[in-house]
Design a protein around this ligand. Structure first.
Ligand code: HEM
Length: 198
């Protein structure tokens, strides 16, 4: 009879290790923290940025973030579908479409996040231009930094064969929830206030 008490059983189930998610969460926290610290100490500048033909960097970020938001919502719905939570059988192409749109959303987020960190930084209190940073802005900055920590966690979850089964859905849910918060507190707010950028 197999020894199930000593922790020495072989087979796939015995390989699973809680150390994988714990290590990934620690690495993700460090990444998010380092980004926040860099954004705070770096002098914001428009050098090395692009508007992609929009009036300014902010308008460009609003437009791309709207695309990110739509893709992020699609990711959550796609994941629920794949995990059989919608009560309809998922089509065979869904897994590939899910991976593709998730990758595009993340690449766009890196592009927009770079423009935020580099050109705006981590603003708190009252800026030197007399702008009182709203709570919305601080929530946006914190969620924005956490997005990239969560991206690290998600990559580990996708790659690791030793992670417990709950890790991938939790990592994916965390990443796309944070992405949606970052988008709603920036592009969501902007579109409500000013409408679509020119
Ligand atoms: C997923 C990542 C991110 C996305 C999609 C994103 C998106 C945006 C968008 C669309 C805007 C323009 C609308 C607005 O002014 O609120 C914006 C502004 C801003 N973002 Fe981000 N951002 C991200 C990450 C970050 C990070 C990591 C930081 C800094 C730590 C940051 C700091 C800012 C600041 C300071 C503004 C200007 C706020 C203002 O003008 O009042 N963002 N962001």
């Amino acid at each position: 009879m197999a020894d199930t008490t000593s922790g020495t059983t072989s087979g796939p189930a015995a390989q699973k290790s809680i150390a994988v998610p714990l290590g990934a969460f620690a690495a993700g926290a460090v990444v998010a923290l380092l980004l926040g610290v860099f954004a705070k100490v770096n002098d914001p500048t428009l050098d090395g940025t692009t508007t992609l033909g929009f009036d300014d960097v902010r308008d460009m970020k609003v437009a791309l973030s709207t695309v990110i938001g739509v893709l992020a919502v699609g990711q959550v719905i796609g994941a629920l579908w794949i995990y059989g939570k919608l009560g309809i059988k998922a089509p065979s192409w869904l897994g590939m479409a899910h991976r593709l749109s998730g990758t595009v959303a993340l690449l766009l987020a890196v592009f927009v996040g770079y423009h935020c960190i580099w050109a705006f930084g981590f603003q708190t209190g009252t800026t030197e231009h007399g702008y009182e940073v709203p709570l919305r802005g601080v929530v946006h900055e914190v969620a924005g930094c956490m997005v990239f920590g969560a991206a690290v966690i998600k990559v580990v979850a996708v790659r690791s064969k030793r992670a417990p089964g709950w890790f991938l859905p939790v990592a994916g849910g965390l990443l796309f929830s944070l992405l949606i918060v970052a988008v709603l507190t920036s592009a969501g707010w902007y579109l409500t206030e000013y409408g679509w950028p020119s």
